[in-house]
Design a protein around this ligand. Structure first.
Ligand code: ZN
Length: 180
């Protein structure tokens, strides 16, 4: 039993360190003037989030969970369109900036527009990473690393669960409120 637990723990560690690890000092970390008490434009109680989001979405978006690589909806999506925050509907990323990082999560070299996401230090799991949050609602999206393609050099490693794809360049407006 003990051996099984150790193996499980090792498995979990290698999963966490798999692709998301690697960076120690992303330039985006310079923006980390935020902390967990920061106020975001869209405020909801955790009870409200639980009502709006599926359990899986809640775990990733509100509890900073991570989906398993190569299991999400969008890691291999190549169609044109935009990716919105699954919690509040803000457009966060564009298909133009999506690239195949081979890591099993949707990866973007750029944000849809300046200020759409916020970066802050994340020291969980014994690693120093830079967490990426939706600037509108504060939901967890993933992490950003500085090993992305030129010219930005950034790799926004985002959970599929945290985003909703809207196909086409004239993507319809989509808000979490409309989903019910
Ligand atoms: Zn949001």
């Amino acid at each position: 039993m003990k051996k099984t637990l150790i193996l499980l723990a090792l498995g979990a560690m290698s999963f966490v360190t798999g692709c998301e690890a690697g960076s120690t000092n992303s330039p985006a970390a310079m923006n980390n003037s935020t902390n967990s008490t920061m106020k975001f434009p869209l405020q909801r109680t955790e009870a409200e989030w639980r009502k709006i989001l599926t359990p899986e979405q809640y775990h990733v978006l509100r509890e900073a969970g991570t989906e398993r690589p190569f299991t999400g909806k969008y890691w291999n999506t190549k169609e044109p369109g935009v990716y919105r925050c699954a919690a509040c509907g803000e457009v966060l990323f564009k298909s133009d900036d999506k690239f195949d990082s081979g890591c099993g999560w949707p990866s973007f070299s750029e944000i849809a527009a300046q200020g759409k996401v916020i970066a802050r230090d994340d020291s969980s799991f014994g690693m120093h990473r830079t967490e990426v949050l939706c600037a509108n609602c504060g939901s967890h999206l993933g992490h950003v690393f500085d090993d992305g393609p030129a010219p930005t050099g950034q790799r926004y490693c985002i959970n599929s669960v945290s985003i909703d794809f809207a196909k086409g360049t004239n993507a319809p407006t989509w808000k979490a409120e409309d989903k019910k």
